[in-house]
Design a protein around this ligand. Structure first.
Ligand SMILES: [Zn+2]
Length: 305
């Protein structure tokens, strides 16, 4: 018998061995305006790198239609307002749109009040443009603050998608209530494999799609073997580039051929997890938040010592 490395796998629907969500964050040029508010209008080449979303998003939707799968797009709300035709195309195909900041602002850089303001602003846009409040949220840059989960729980969000603490979902308990988090990790992000963007101080040697896919696929094989969950954090202007998405098509085919892989939206996964918790068929690990209220007492400042 194979040695199982996940102690408490989720019973996935229909006996599936693992859940897969290929999620994209549609940041487009939000970051450009955030980093260069007074210069963005002159940064035409940088804009064109991000503007590739116009090509990549319809292409990704075509791939999903081909395989008849529904997936989740995390969307800074400013990008939705700026490019509403892309939102319409995503909704027309029945995919989920989830929250990802307003202008991709970093929750670690702002006060609780300011974070609340941005969260409500993005929620309003998503409600207005999709007819539904967002069910999930991924922190821009994964930078969930010590308040983020409280704010989400308070507003009735179903899941968070910002954390990296496990291979399977876990529950975050806060003063404002509980929230399921659907974790991923850096290996499943496309920036470390492909992104070379001087403007954002991100300079990586670019991998061949086959090499990046080796990383993604070994993650998939292990998740499939041990009953985990695979969540990509990809960007249309990065992974939707021709050679990369061409390789993704082969990869999806390969995963579907296993016959026991559950492709789902993040909302679908979170709802399933909640159902398993509610009917007692699975008991999650529960983390108490915040992990720290402030500076740990053992840490002594040099000026005190
Ligand atoms: Zn992002």
């Amino acid at each position: 018998m194979a040695l199982s490395l996940i102690e408490n796998p989720v019973p996935w629907p229909n006996g599936a061995k693992c859940a897969v969500a290929i999620t994209f964050d549609i940041d487009t040029d939000s970051m450009l305006h955030l980093h260069y508010p007074d210069k963005a209008q002159d940064m035409i080449a940088a804009y064109s790198f991000l503007q590739y979303d116009e090509i990549a998003i319809p292409r990704i939707l075509k791939v999903y239609r081909h395989f008849d799968i529904k997936q989740t797009f995390f969307y800074p709300a400013w990008c939705m307002e700026r490019y509403p035709h892309l939102v319409d195309a995503i909704l027309k195909d029945g995919h989920e749109i989830a929250a990802h900041g307003y202008l991709h602002e970093n929750p670690n850089d702002v006060s609780r009040e300011r974070e609340e303001y941005w969260l409500d602003k993005q929620t309003d846009v998503i409600l207005r443009m999709t007819g539904q409040k967002p069910r999930g949220w991924r922190a821009p840059l994964y930078n969930a603050s010590r308040w983020s989960i409280d704010l989400l729980a308070e507003r009735g969000f179903l899941y968070d998608a910002s954390l990296m603490g496990d291979d399977i979902p876990y529950v975050l308990n806060t003063a404002k209530g509980d929230l399921v988090t659907l974790p991923t990790h850096w290996a499943m992000d496309d920036w470390p494999h492909y992104a070379h963007a001087l403007e954002f101080d991100y300079v990586m040697s670019i991998k061949a799609p086959d090499d990046a896919m080796k990383v993604f696929h070994s993650e998939f094989e292990a998740m499939h073997k041990h009953g985990g969950m695979l969540i990509t954090v990809w960007h249309p202007f990065v992974s939707g580039r021709l050679a990369r998405l061409d390789r993704v098509v082969t990869w999806i085919e390969q995963m579907l051929n296993y016959g026991d892989v559950w492709f789902a939206t993040m909302e679908g996964i979170a709802l399933h997890v909640k159902k398993c918790i509610d009917d007692g068929s699975w008991t999650p690990r529960v983390d108490q938040l915040p992990y720290y209220e402030g500076r740990i007492p053992e840490w002594e400042r040099e000026e005190d010592g």
